[in-house]
Structures are given as structure tokens and as C-alpha cells.
Design a protein around this ligand. Structure first.
Ligand code: ADP
Ligand code: GLC
Length: 504
């Protein structure tokens, strides 16, 4: 089976969040199950800079399509490349006018969305859909697996081909975060070249705007998201971001599959970024990583301090606005905080101020840094993830693997992966961390106090660490679930006859 995996980030080449980790972990796991996977990404400078063995494939088709309209997008072509250390072939969508800009793939230097994001990501959708129609005559996907709103137009274009009686691949769309929807002015619709009648409440229209997320949810054959609990949450008004009605309508096509952990990258026994390595049978070295973390974050080198770590985008989603409000008590109880993050300038400032107010007890690094991220995950005692909502969350999974007890809010993937240290869970040996409900300083403090209480019982603490470290959230399991979906989709489809487009 051939699967085209359409996304915008790929670790370690280009990453803003967990999406990049998923693109690095899931496709190789699918390959080990026998799936012939290729990726498609925009040719962002970070990817071109590292691409090897580039081979031109084709220009994207222009002119009228079988349904009578023509996308009016800048000229673009697809190139097949390999990337160092990444075993799967990657198609890069080259359109210098759209992608050859330094910095963040979605935001300009002013921190605002690039003004032409509708065109930039419509082109990605168009490239994905036309690869599904034979753009590369040597490789045609049976299934196109699209990720987040950036790839959201793939299912729409594929549906347009299908309605024009072309044979098409099946489509599956994975929601990594429903809060980012790809909303644009209605005027942007005309250039997409989709059937005019689709700018409608039953199509891509969303309260007068154009929504790439809605397009995908409407037209994909199957929809997944990255945890079972989030799959349920997004069908509710509270968390559906205005799309809950459509998601309820499509409930039979919707499911939640937990993300995995890439054992090559996140494994305390082999992690080359750590000063000292350890595993569940030999935890002593974790103390050395804790000492190194304290040094890196200019914290007092107290072995008995309970160190709370944070590695996060600083956005409202992550609930970290609660943290400054509990620092006084946390520090007074003898705790420390090591925070690595970047994002919202007001939150960044709040943490910089906190580091000044609590010198030696609160250490803050503003920025994105892979080495420091590993230092926090390994060296902290507790990993804080108090999210308002969390589709899956990877940092709590990494923390579990490293014997760092996650302290999380009971939402989304956090609820699915962390078991609270209640007395009964401790008693039956299922506890792996601390879970709270109320998105408030008191809610967070209730869990922080329980962390201090458990820390005073070293044997029980060690048992909870070992339980977490023994769990495996592996990509193979996730890949098996995705493969089952691909197979169910393929059995519904007839073989594909290519609609062959132009040459390079
Ligand atoms: P999200 O995708 O919503 O940001 P996840 O928990 O799924 O949340 O994934 C976050 C990923 O980004 C993890 O791999 C985490 O280690 C990494 N990360 C987040 N912030 C930083 C940072 N400031 N520096 C380095 N890595 C970071
Ligand atoms: C999104 C979500 C996060 C998830 C990640 C990878 O960024 O915010 O919860 O883990 O995607 O699926």
C-alpha cells in the first residue's frame, strides 16, 4: 500500500511543536509495517538546505480541471529528495514566491500570520491532490494522510476530482490542534479553483470566512485526532471551536489514536544529549542530570529541592499563566522551577520577572533549544503540563519515560496517559503522576501539594517513577491503528487510473 503523508514540519529539520515529532516518528513506523510511505512538505529553506539527491518530478498542473475551474496559484513544482538520517523519500513542493522566506513556517517576523497563507497552503493541498492523480507517474498513493489545517485542502481537491468522475485515492485527515483552523477572508476562495457552490455552509464556508480545517473535516474520508479523549472533547460545544456540529455529524468517521514516543530520540538509557544516562533499573544517575539542570538554569544545587520542569510553547493553550500565581507557595515549600519556552511576549515577561523575584529557585530560558529540552525532561523531578486543552501532548510522555512525574490537567491526551497518585492508584500500583481538574491556581496547587507530599516518601516516589518508565507509548502501536484505517478505506475503493499531468 502506498501512502502520501502531507505535513509542514519534520524533526529534526524543521520544528515548531509536536507535529514535527509525529512526522518523524509515525511514517517510519508505518514503513516497518510494510507501508510504502512518502512525505510531501513545502520546500521551506530549512528543508532545501539539507536536501540530498534532488530529482525533479513535475510542475503542478495549471488550467481548467475536469470540474471546469482552475486554481490560480503561483507556479510550483514537485521535487523528490532524501534528507540525511531520514529513510523515507520526501517530495518538496517548490514555489519560491511562497516558501523561500526565513523564519517560522506560518508567521512573519512580526509574529503575525504571513499575509498570503491562504495561497501558501492551498498550493500544498493542490500538490497533494495532484500527486493523487498521477503527478508522479512512477508513484501514486492509494491513501493520502493529511495533517492539520495546512494540508486541509487536499481532501477538498480530491473530492472535486472524485465528483468529476476521476478515480481518486482515499483521504484521511488528522487533527493535531483544532484551535488553529486556517481561516481566511471569503475573497480568497475564488483563487482555489474549487467548485463555486462549495463556498457554502455545507462546504468550506465558516461564519462568512473560508476555513481550511472545515474543508478537511467535511471532505476527508476519515478523520482522526491524537487521543481518544480529545476525539470526544472536540464534538462538544465547549471544545469544538465552532466545528463541533460538523464533527458530531461525522462522528462515525472520527476516532482518536494516541501519539507515540520515538525511542531513538527520547530514551534516558541512550540519550546523547544528557550528561549522565540511566534506566528504570539504575536510577542513580538521574541525580547527576538534576544537578546539571540546576547549574544550567542557575538554580541552587540542592539535591532535596523538588524541581518542577516546563518545556513548552508559551501560548494560552498550555495553561502556564497559572504558574506565576503558585510560585510563592511552591518556592516556600522548598521547590524550584526550570522553565524552557517561548511564545506569548506577556508570558515570557512574567517568567523573566519570576526568575528575578526568586533567584536561585526559579530558572528561566526563553527560546527554543533541543539540548535544554532534554536537560529539563531528564533533570526535573516533576514535569508541569497544566494545559487548558491538549490534543495529545508529548512532553508528558517523554517525562514518563525519563522517570520525571508528569503533573497535568485532566484534559485530552493528558487524561489518557497519566494516572493520578491517589491513594487507591498508589495502592494498586497504577499511579504515574499528578492530575488535577480545575483550571485555576487552586487546582494547580492541589496537585503541587500532593507532589510535595509524595516526595517525602522516597520509596513510593521511586515506585511511581518505575511504573511510568516501564510504560511504552510506541509508534508501532499507533501505526497499526492507522494502517487498519488505511486498509478499511482501501477496501472501499476501486483501483486508480492515473490522470497524467505535464512533465518537469
Ligand atoms: P505542542 O505540539 O502543542 O507544542 P507537544 O507536547 O505535543 O505540544 O510537543 C511539544 C514538542 O516541542 C516537544 O517535543 C517538546 O520537547 C518541544 N518543545 C516545546 N517547546 C520547546 C522549546 N522551547 N525548546 C525545545 N523544545 C521545545
Ligand atoms: C499539537 C497539539 C499537541 C500534540 C501535537 C502532536 O501541537 O497541541 O497536543 O501532541 O500536536 O500531535
Amino acid at each position: 500500500m502506498k501512502v502520501l503523508y502531507v505535513c509542514t514540519e519534520l524533526f529534526p529539520f524543521l520544528k515548531t511543536g509536536g507535529l514535527a515529532d509525529v512526522s518523524a516518528g509515525l511514517p517510519p513506523a508505518l514503513r516497518t509495517l510494510g507501508v510504502d510511505v512518502r512525505l510531501l512538505l513545502p520546500a521551506f529553506p530549512a528543508l532545501i538546505a539539507q536536501a540530498l539527491a534532488m530529482q525533479a518530478v513535475a510542475r503542478l498542473p495549471e488550467g481548467k480541471m475536469p470540474w471546469g475551474a482552475a486554481p490560480a496559484l503561483p507556479p510550483a513544482s514537485v521535487t523528490l529528495v532524501t534528507l540525511p538520517g531520514f529513510d523515507l523519500p520526501v517530495y518538496l513542493l517548490q514555489a519560491p514566491a511562497l516558501y523561500e522566506r526565513q523564519g517560522n513556517p506560518y508567521l512573519g517576523p512580526d509574529g503575525k500570520d504571513w499575509h498570503d497563507n491562504a495561497r501558501r497552503f492551498a498550493a500544498l493541498g493542490w500538490a497533494g491532490a495532484t500527486l493523487g492523480q498521477g503527478l508522479d507517474p512512477h508513484w501514486m498513493p492509494d491513501v493520502i494522510h493529511c495533517h492539520d489545517w495546512h494540508a486541509g485542502l487536499v481532501p477538498a481537491y480530491v473530492r472535486a476530482f472524485a465528483q468529476a468522475r476521476q478515480a481518486t485515492p482515499a483521504t484521511i485527515f488528522t487533527i493535531h490542534n483544532l484551535a488553529y483552523q486556517g481561516l481566511f477572508a471569503a475573497a480568497e476562495f475564488a483563487q482555489l479553483g474549487l467548485p463555486a457552490s462549495w463556498f457554502d455552509v455545507d462546504g468550506l464556508e465558516f461564519f462568512g470566512q473560508l476555513s481550511f480545517m472545515k474543508a478537511a473535516i467535511r471532505y476527508a474520508d476519515r478523520i482522526t485526532t491524537v487521543s481518544p479523549t480529545y476525539a470526544g472533547e472536540i464534538t462538544t460545544e465547549a471544545q469544538g471551536c465552532g466545528l463541533d456540529g460538523l464533527l458530531r455529524e461525522r462522528a462515525n468517521a472520527l476516532s482518536g489514536i494516541l501519539n507515540g514516543v520515538d525511542d531513538q530520540i527520547w530514551n534516558p538509557g541512550t540519550d546523547p544529549l544528557l550528561p549522565a544516562r540511566y534506566d528504570e533499573t539504575q536510577l542513580q544517575n538521574k541525580a547527576l542530570d538534576k544537578r546539571a539542570l540546576q547549574t544550567l538554569f542557575t538554580l541552587e544545587p540542592r539535591a532535596n529541592a523538588l524541581v518542577f520542569g516546563v518545556v513548552s510553547r508559551l501560548t494560552a493553550q498550555k495553561g502556564l499563566h497559572l504558574l506565576p500565581q503558585v510560585l510563592a507557595e511552591l518556592v516556600q515549600r522548598g521547590g524550584q522551577v526550570a522553565l524552557l519556552g517561548q511564545g506569548d511576549p506577556a508570558l515570557e515577561q512574567a517568567f523573566v520577572d519570576a526568575a528575578i523575584r526568586y533567584p536561585g529557585q526559579v530558572g528561566v530560558r526563553i527560546g527554543y533549544d533541543e539540548v535544554s529540552a532534554h536537560a529539563v525532561v531528564a533533570g526535573a523531578d516533576v514535569m508541569l503540563v497544566p494545559s487548558e486543552f491538549e490534543p495529545c501532548g508529548l512532553t508528558q510522555l517523554y517525562a514518563l519515560r525519563y522517570g520525571t512525574l508528569p503533573l497535568v490537567r485532566r484534559v485530552g491526551g493528558l487524561a489518557d496517559t497519566v494516572v493520578d497518585c491517589s491513594l487507591e492508584n498508589l495502592d494498586e500500583g497504577s499511579a504515574t503522576g499528578f492530575v488535577f481538574d480545575q483550571l485555576s491556581p487552586d487546582g494547580l496547587l492541589s496537585a503541587v501539594r500532593r507532589a510535595f507530599a509524595l516526595f517525602r516518601r522516597p520509596d513510593e516516589w521511586a515506585a511511581v517513577q518505575q511504573r511510568g518508565m516501564s510504560l511504552r507509548f510506541d509508534w508501532r502501536t499507533a501505526a497499526q491503528h492507522y494502517l487498519a484505517i488505511y486498509q478499511s478505506l482501501q477496501s472501499d475503493k476501486s483501483p486508480i487510473n492515473p490522470l497524467v499531468f505535464g512533465s518537469p
